[in-house]
Write a protein that binds this ligand. Structure first.
Ligand code: ZN
Length: 370
């Protein structure tokens, strides 16, 4: 089951778009505070909206407006496409200013060269702000995730390299596998979770294009009515420790389960690069879903933290593509502190609690803590 499927199955009393809007807003903003109650109780929004909006604008200009857009999108007709949802008004994120932008033909994507032979393929027009990575070797290239499946990521990859592109996913939640079907060679972790998601789905994809999830125009060639996560074929199943030689560049698969059973990190040891998928990204990290295993997550993060001295750059799968390696031991400390009952806890939506410690936040199942 992927994120949006869970999103649909967990609380049947709410509309799918409402629930999924809430789902999306939490991890895509950089501060964790307080937007979800509005999504859950839109009728209560008017008064707390003003208070919380002021508070949130002070704390985080990015996430506060998202709560507003969630409420409005639920209670009013969809805004015209020309009206941006609040969450996207502060974009572009300032961190991108220092990155080298690479022009590409499809305005759905932005591409940044983040290391030699490494391109971050960013989707800033959808609330997930998913980032896929093209890693280029002398003989072939590897696309680490294929994004939402809204724009044509294969075309982008072909503009960035003439080499054969193989695909590997950080995990198989829908927002990372949308373009898998376009590629002839796709690695897959040998898990039942991966196999199930490779069959594709529609409902989760549809939730991603609710009006309040979009920032700007969908691609002209895109048909929202038929949008679905298309099934894909797994060409080769792989395991922990599998190495992929791209020619002058070797990538190692580190099984880092927790967020999902098939979550991996990808290590370019020689160049000190670690691609962390959804195990780390600079926003509240979701660890509440049925497929999440918190014990496994802690172990995985500790494992990554131990690698930090060997790393130059940590590259996560949402919002901002580059982080310094010391983020990993701090992340390990934070999740362990949270599990030990430290930090602050706020409601994170029904059945969920948003835990914050040391500048990190985690969306956990409330039942685990209470
Ligand atoms: Zn995910």
């Amino acid at each position: 089951m992927n994120e949006a499927q869970n999103c649909h199955s967990e609380r049947s009393e709410e509309s799918a778009s409402q629930r999924c809007a809430e789902k999306k807003q939490i991890p895509r903003a950089t501060a964790p505070l307080g937007m979800t109650p509005f999504g859950l109780f839109p009728g209560l929004a008017q008064f707390p909206l003003i208070f919380f909006q002021s508070l949130l604008l002070f704390l985080c200009v990015l996430c506060a407006p998202a709560s507003v857009s969630s409420v409005l999108s639920f209670s009013l007709p969809s805004p015209p496409q020309s009206e941006k949802p609040e969450w996207c008004r502060p974009l572009p994120r300032p961190e991108y200013k220092s990155l080298q932008a690479i022009p590409v033909s499809d305005p759905w994507f932005e591409v940044y060269k983040v290391a030699p032979g490494v391109f971050a393929i960013y989707e800033p027009h959808q609330a997930d702000e998913t980032i896929s990575y093209l890693i280029v070797g002398n003989k072939q290239a590897l696309l680490f995730d294929t994004g939402m499946g809204i724009g044509n990521i294969r075309k982008i990859a072909s503009q960035l390299t003439a080499r054969f592109v193989v695909v590997l996913n950080s995990h198989t939640h829908n927002d990372h596998v949308g373009g898998n079907w376009q590629f002839n060679f796709v690695y897959g972790m040998d898990t039942s979770f991966t196999r199930t998601n490779a069959k594709g789905s529609r409902e989760d994809a549809q939730a991603e294009i609710a009006p309040d999830q979009l920032c700007g125009d969908l691609p002209k060639a895109f048909n929202p009515k038929t949008y679905a996560t298309k099934p894909w074929k797994i060409s080769r199943f792989i395991h922990e420790g599998f190495k992929i030689n791209l020619g002058g560049r070797t990538l190692e698969v580190l099984s880092t389960p927790g967020h999902t059973p098939d979550a991996i990190s990808l290590l370019d040891r020689a160049n000190g690069l670690l691609f962390t998928g959804d195990t780390y990204y600079p926003a509240p990290i979701w660890l509440y879903r049925p497929e999440t295993n918190l014990d496994a997550y802690v172990n995985s993060v500790k494992r990554l933290a131990a690698l930090a001295p060997q790393l130059k750059l940590v590259l996560g799968a949402h919002n901002i593509p580059v982080a310094q390696p010391d983020v990993l031991p701090r992340l390990a400390d934070a999740i362990q502190a949270v599990r030990a009952g430290q930090g602050t806890v706020k409601p994170g939506g029904e059945g969920k609690a948003l835990h914050t410690f040391g500048g990190f936040s985690f969306l956990l199942a409330a039942a685990r803590k209470e």
